[in-house]
Design a protein around this ligand. Structure first.
Ligand code: SF4
Length: 426
């Protein structure tokens, strides 16, 4: 495993085929972004250099299973899904963990139903200060060092964004959060950052352009407020709070979009206040995307250069980082987001998630009928390897190949040489 210190992550999340590929990449092309080629007869499976569980996800799963092992006699609650993967969440629920909130943010277990001695876990995305206050009313102290160490699974890369927001807020900037407003992480960042300064959430380049138009006086306050009023912090004053801005991100956004959002706002400030005063009005900082988002997105782009016929991306439907991998793949080929191999219904029919319309749909004739065929398979940062493993095996089966051909292919793993490889950050 990449992060062996997290020894409570269950073995059944690993996949032997995927592990062989990871081991191969430790020996060969460790620092290259070139994808790995797995030949199975006339089928080529291409696996990007980076995919699957990230540091923060492994750490959160490890902490949740450690809590279960160590407190078999206590009620254990999670604020909500620990990560965005249904297999992992189901596993935890089957072992007795209960969620305080459902996926729509509706409270399922009241403050008074948390008993003395109960354990509450904060998920990897972190949580809001309002929920932390609610925990305090239930007798749980989220600020206690023991709680932080054993039960707060907030990814350190998420809390780093909060620290960045705090620092910029203290310097007098209003924080523009590039993120999905309803996403748990963005809610948490919005909540923690607004302790220190005014904040506003912007989802994409279109919303960044709407904000820029307001800064430049091209749209009036009423029109702007109609669109953004729910997305800013209490007490936000449009005339006062958009004179000095800084951008931070939800850690899993699309890197190009994040850069574009920042440059749209930078340009608006330059036009409004002039080049000389730009530094005072716009904090030119690096993005706050996490390492896993950058690695997985860069590795997925390298995959495109190998020109696969199609891409299958495995992960939760509500996983932000996974949906961005689908977006990248879709630039070049038919790309399908599936939760598990059960959605590969037949070589003719596939169930998958439409990331634009946010619904599960079916596609016919999705698989190339003949060989040779070249299929990219990857997974999001919250997806256990076993699910990707099963997808590769099922794809091979659709072409009539079984374990013998897969095993032979694993002996012939190679790097896709036509990719101009980049260096992996150390
Ligand atoms: S995707 Fe990044 S921020 Fe999110 S849990 Fe993984 S490492 Fe942490």
């Amino acid at each position: 495993m990449a992060f062996s210190q997290f020894d409570r992550v269950p073995n059944h999340y690993a996949g032997s085929l995927i592990q062989r590929i990871k081991d191969f990449r430790l020996e060969e092309g460790k620092r290259s972004l070139a994808p790995t080629r797995l030949p199975i007869g006339g089928l080529e499976i291409l696996i990007p250099r980076h995919f699957g569980f990230c540091f923060g996800v492994e750490r959160a799963i490890h902490m949740a299973f450690a809590a279960l092992d160590e407190h078999p006699d206590r009620h254990i609650h999670l604020i909500s899904e620990i990560i965005h993967n249904p297999l992992v969440n189901r596993d935890l629920q089957e072992r007795g963990i209960r969620f305080l909130f459902d996926e729509h943010g509706q409270r399922q277990i009241g403050e008074g139903q948390i008993g003395e001695g109960d354990v509450v876990l904060i998920p990897a995305f972190g949580t809001t200060l309002e929920i932390e206050e609610s925990l305090q009313r239930s007798g749980i102290d989220p600020g206690d060092p023991h709680f932080r160490k054993y039960y707060d699974t907030t990814c350190p890369f998420v809390s780093k964004v909060w620290d960045r927001g705090e620092q910029l807020g203290r310097e007098g900037y209003t924080i523009i959060i590039h993120g999905k407003f309803g996403h748990e992480e963005t809610q948490a960042t919005h909540s923690h950052t607004r302790q220190h300064t005014r904040t506003l959430v912007v989802r994409d380049r279109e919303e960044a352009q709407a904000l820029a138009a307001f800064i430049l006086g091209e749209v009036g306050p009423e029109e702007f407020a109609g669109r953004f009023a729910e997305k800013w912090s209490p007490g936000f004053d449009l005339r006062r709070d958009l004179k000095r801005v800084a951008v931070v991100n939800q850690t899993t956004m699309l890197a190009e979009e994040t850069q574009e959002v920042a440059s749209i706002l930078r340009e608006a400030m330059r036009r409004r206040y002039g080049e000389q005063r730009l530094e005072h009005h716009f904090a030119d900082t690096n993005d706050t995307l996490c390492y896993a988002t950058n690695w997985n997105q860069n590795a997925t782009k390298a995959l495109l250069a190998a020109k696969p016929d199609l891409a299958v991306v495995v992960g939760g439907y509500n996983s932000s980082n996974t949906s961005h991998l689908v977006e990248i793949c879709s630039q070049q080929m038919p790309s399908f987001l599936i939760e598990n191999s059960g959605e590969l219904l037949s070589p003719q029919r596939l169930a998958h998630f439409d990331i634009h319309h946010k619904e599960r749909v079916f596609s016919e004739g999705w698989l190339p009928a003949g060989l040779p065929a070249r299929i990219a398979v990857t997974s999001g940062a919250s997806c256990p390897d076993v699910l990707m493993n099963q997808v590769v095996e099922k794809l091979a089966g659709f072409y009539g190949y079984g374990q013998a051909e897969i095993s032979a292919g694993l002996e012939r793993l190679s790097l896709v040489d036509q990719v101009v490889s980049g260096k992996v950050p150390s």
